[in-house]
Ligand binder design. Structure first.
Ligand code: GUN
Ligand code: ZN
Length: 648
């Protein structure tokens, strides 16, 4: 059973429960070869925080000695570890050394008998160079074997590898078919050669193609991924588990892993690492140590687990994109992988939170294509309704919020004309009504973004123009003379606060939400300190609160009622069964397992309306998951309820 604890887009912190204890993901399962133990599992647990390990059931079965111990005393006794143990099936050995004399069900039976916590199907390994037909045939066989294995897995958890070679459509097919089977973990397989050959764009396409169609409630393992420089990117794609023998193999070759690459110990003048090994040895001492291999292995493990902790902290802070962009700049092939993420924008956007606590930091050219800003552009294009104007004025990028920075010239301009204002933000032109909304005010961008981004900006501007976002000609602000030749103001001064409420509501809840929510006698309550909008009241009811942090609204029950009336089901709704509804009305959270259906447009941190199957309002809250996740997970919080609503 897997439970989601925290997330940042597709990246997640989860708990996988096994018969020998819980695993907090993302994590690395170091490969332990029972024939050649460099660092014992007990030492790994104690020194580097390893939680779970993986070993190869084929190697154990092949050796008379190991097999006898495993059969008699169990796998955990054999390797001297009482925590969770995953076993691989011998697929890789079969692939490298030719046919092995194993039957798929025999190896499942063996893994079960020796007490593996997570056994693996004997899948067929596809190489990235294999042709379509071969990969397709092998995949069909892997699916058949997984079906048989799942029917015979007993109490053992089962890992069902996703093959499909370099073909995205076969990866998708594999993910769809495998998700129908009773597996507990989905490893992405056949990727070791991609990593060895640094084909990271192929890896990203293969992994994300699979991820799109995999049951989201199951952890995804990236088979053979063991270099810490890849972990941030892999986690960003939604991978939860890694395994590798690289820590030991690299150590034997005298190589040290770092989060930005690999270095030979022979070439180290300094040891720029804080681990137990590096902080107690000089490079020379390490080179001359009789236990060099073990010390290097410990260093490699330390760096790997330390990177995983950095990643978990980044997920918690909502800063994983920044971390991955930094890591991927350490090698051009990784940069290719990162850039490939932009081929999957729509999928990424569906999991991208509405907002984050910390500001968006523009750290690289690739930041321009992060899902937070691609969605911002898309939502402005699709949802923003520009007011009537005689001129659209583009203000320069400046200190945010723009409406404060330019308060005086705007007030003067509005006295004499029907101008409407945009800011020339780095991501896209921003209507000033939206300027306090995440990530516009909550972003830090370079003053000198570079020529290539200027080209991108021009493309976006043209897109906005083509979409009719500028109902009157666009003028670049150049002082009050910019307004020359415009007709004088035609009516009363526009209420900028009211325009902001409408525009933000449309962006947040969908086109038409602003008008629906403002239908009645409107009163805006402003903060006495900052003069910013705090609450929106309509006909005496509190319908919305504007959050100071991200500039979005918290929905109040009265607002929820208005949106229910304005939009047909399932828009903005999480539909719960009767058992849940009763509790949610009391203000308790919505848990997975009680959800009948939900709006497929819901993104993490969206304000949602909890209704029963008769579409009656039960509560208001903040979604933690997408619809697919709400329906797939069996445990965990789906919606954090803010206000329960009693029976009408
Ligand atoms: N180890 C590395 N890659 C693979 C794979 O594709 N399948 C299995 N079973 N083990 C692996
Ligand atoms: Zn070190």
């Amino acid at each position: 059973m897997f439970e989601l604890k925290d997330r940042d887009g597709l990246a997640r912190i989860g708990i996988l429960r096994t018969a020998h204890g819980d695993i907090e993901t993302p994590t690395l399962l170091p490969v332990i070869n029972p024939n050649q133990i460099t660092v014992s599992p007990a030492e790994m647990r104690e020194k580097v925080g390893m939680q779970a390990m993986i070993t190869n059931s084929y190697i154990i079965r092949k050796s008379d000695n190991l097999r006898d111990i495993a059969l008699e005393k169990g796998l955990h006794h054999l390797v001297g570890f009482d925590g969770p143990i995953m076993t691989d099936s011998g697929t890789f050995q079969a692939h490298v050394y030719g046919k092995i004399e194993l039957k798929p069900l025999e190896i499942i039976e063996f893994q079960k008998t020796i007490g593996s916590d997570i056994g693996t199907v004997l899948d067929l390994f596809s190489e990235p160079d294999d042709g379509y037909e071969k990969v397709q045939n092998d995949l069909t066989e892997t699916i058949t074997r997984t079906k048989m294995s799942a029917e015979n897995k007993g109490n053992m958890m089962l890992a069902g590898p996703i093959q499909g070679g370099r073909f995205p459509e076969l990866r998708e097919h594999a993910a769809r078919e495998m998700s129908k089977l009773d597996c507990d973990v989905f490893p992405v397989g056949g990727v070791v050669p991609m990593m060895e050959r640094q084909m990271y764009s192929t890896l990203v396409n293969a992994t994300l193609s699979a991820k799109k169609f995999l049951d989201p409630s199951k952890p995804v393992h990236l088979f053979g991924a063991g270099h810490p420089m890849l972990f941030a990117l892999a986690t960003l794609m939604g991978c939860d588990m890694f395994d590798s023998s690289a820590y030991a193999k690299f150590a034997r070759e005298g190589r040290m892993m770092f989060s930005d690459g690999t270095r030979f110990l022979a070439e180290m003048r300094e040891l720029p690492c804080h681990c137990q090994v590096c902080s107690t040895h000089t490079a020379d001492e390490l080179r001359n140590s009789p236990s060099k291999d073990k010390l290097l292995a410990l260093h490699n493990l330390h760096v790997s687990f330390s990177e995983l902790r950095s990643i978990k902290q980044a997920i918690h802070e909502g800063r994983l994109w920044e971390l991955a962009e930094t890591r991927c700049r350490s090698h051009p092939t990784l940069l290719d992988g990162l850039r490939c993420m932009a081929n999957h924008t729509e999928f990424l956007e569906r999991h991208e939170p509405l907002s984050r606590t910390l500001a968006y930091l523009y750290t690289s050219r690739e930041s321009y294509h992060r899902p937070t800003v691609t969605r911002l552009r898309k939502r402005i294009l699709e949802r923003y309704e520009p007011p009537n104007s005689s001129a659209e004025i583009l203000l320069p990028d400046a200190t945010k919020p723009y409406s404060r920075t330019f308060a005086e010239p705007i007030a003067n301009a509005l006295k004499i004309s029907d101008a409407h204002f945009w800011a020339d933000a780095l991501f896209c032109p921003v209507p000033l009504e939206l300027d306090e909304m995440y990530p516009i005010s909550q972003s830090v961008v370079p003053e000198f973004p570079g020529q290539d981004i200027i080209g991108e900006k021009e493309k976006v501007l043209a897109q906005f123009r083509d979409a009719g976002k500028f109902p009157s000609p666009l003028r670049i602000w150049n002082g009050i003379e910019t307004l020359e030749g415009l007709p004088p103001r035609s009516g009363s001064l526009p209420d900028m606060n009211l325009m902001r409420v409408k525009a933000v509501a449309d962006i947040q809840f969908g086109k038409g939400a602003g008008n629906a929510l403002l239908d009645g006698k409107v009163k805006l309550v402003l903060s006495s300190n900052t003069d910013r909008i705090r609450n929106v009241q309509v006909n005496g009811n509190h319908v919305l609160s504007m959050r100071a942090g991200d500039g979005f609204f918290s929905l109040k029950p009265a607002g929820g009622r208005m949106l229910l009336k304005a939009f047909p089901s399932p828009k903005l709704r999480v539909i719960v069964n009767a058992d849940s509804a009763e509790f949610n009305r009391l203000g308790r959270n919505v848990f997975c397992g009680f959800i009948v259906d939900a709006d497929p447009g819901i993104i993490p941190r969206d304000e949602v309306i909890i209704v029963n199957e008769s579409d009656e309002l039960c509560a208001i809250g903040q979604a933690m998951m997408t619809r697919e996740e709400m329906l797939a997970f069996r445990r965990g919080i789906a919606v954090k309820v803010r206000d329960g609503v009693g029976n009408d």
